[in-house]
Design a protein around this ligand. Structure first.
Ligand SMILES: Nc1ncnc2c1ncn2[C@@H]1O[C@H](COP(=O)(O)OP(=O)(O)OP(=O)(O)O)[C@@H](O)[C@H]1O
Length: 312
């Protein structure tokens, strides 16, 4: 099956000459959840707005469900739902009318059963007759999603859906996103919360300075780039790493009592057994050992800082 979203060599320079996207390629299959991570100003919002046809690309193409977003704008746009970063709702309008109106904007016939389904799915049915101003911040964000779903899109873009939302509500939102995926909607979201990407994404894309550094299956990425650390805690402080352990790539921590050993989780031999034997042979007394798996956050920080070094 062709990808539901196909972005090829997308470039965007703003009027002031700033190049926000420098040839981005991205293919997304139907039914996936893809999280786009990147530092502030990386180009995530520009990518989403350009993919939706709100911002005009300087060059390159975007196809949604096989439709070109410029030459077949209407067909492409009908397949897309966009949940923007800012809450841009009319405070005195009622929830149900807000959502119905959005459907009308796409020229779709009124469908009360569908609006009820969407509002129930987002736990907003009880609030359907409330004015927007009477809702909490988390509920307003869910109204934005309901609006974006009102015309039955196949591809939903969520631009920082949980920015400024507390931990509990963020987890609720993750449930909503998983529920949408279960109904067959493809989801592309941007986020600054790495645990969010870790919790819900099937694939992760990392953008920095307008370039897509990688797009990869989350689990594969964590296995490929993830390293494990072994902290060897000693009973006594060391001035330096003993000569007998020089062949290991060890780091002596600030407390001078912990030696950190990094190893590749995929390697046949991790070297741990030999290291511990050599630690004992060097006359050091062990107090404790602990292991730590690098998180997606470690991988992300590592990737982006490496890219910054190359760029500077
Ligand atoms: N209308 C515009 N005119 C000129 N430059 C712009 C415009 N919109 C965005 N930019 C610039 O393009 C770059 C990418 O911005 P964008 O909003 O896409 O980043 P982002 O990754 O979404 O950032 P954030 O995480 O802070 O939301 C930034 O340097 C920004 O200043």
């Amino acid at each position: 099956m062709p990808p539901i979203l196909d972005i090829a060599d997308l470039r965007k320079s703003y009027a002031d000459g700033f190049e926000a996207l420098k040839g981005v390629d991205l293919q997304i299959d139907a039914g996936e959840i893809v999280a786009l991570l990147g530092p502030n100003g990386a180009g995530k919002t520009t990518l989403i707005s350009t993919a939706c046809g709100i911002t005009m690309a300087t060059s390159g193409t975007v196809h949604v469900g096989g439709h070109n977003t410029v030459s077949e704008y209407r067909a492409a746009r009908a397949m897309i739902g966009l949940v923007p970063q800012e809450i841009n709702l009319e405070p005195f309008e009622r929830v149900i009318n807000t959502v119905r109106f959005s459907r009308g904007l796409f020229g779709k016939a009124r469908d009360d059963a569908l609006i009820e389904k969407v509002l129930r799915q987002l736990s907003l049915w009880d609030k359907r007759n409330n004015q927007i101003r009477e809702l909490s911040g988390g509920m307003k964000r869910r109204v934005l999603i309901a609006k974006a779903l009102s015309h039955e899109p196949r591809l939903l873009f969520l631009d920082e859906p949980t920015a400024g939302v507390d931990v509990e509500l963020r987890k609720d939102m993750w449930e909503v996103v998983r529920g949408l995926k279960a109904t067959g909607v493809t989801i592309v979201l941007t986020t600054h919360y790495i645990e969010e990407a870790e919790a819900i994404a099937d694939r992760i894309g990392v953008i920095a300075r307008g370039e897509m550094l990688l797009v990869e299956d989350k689990d594969a990425l964590m296995t490929r780039m993830g390293r494990k650390q072994l902290d060897v805690q000693l009973s006594e402080e060391l001035d330096e790493i003993p000569e007998a352990l020089a062949s290991y790539d060890l780091v002596l921590c600030e407390d001078r009592k912990t030696l950190t050993y990094s190893y590749d989780t995929r390697a046949d031999r991790t070297g741990i057994t030999k290291l511990l034997r050599d630690v004992a042979a060097a006359g050091l007394v062990l107090r404790d050992v602990a292991t730590r798996q690098s998180s997606l956050e470690d991988i992300f920080v590592d990737l982006v800082s490496r890219e910054e070094e190359v760029a500077s």
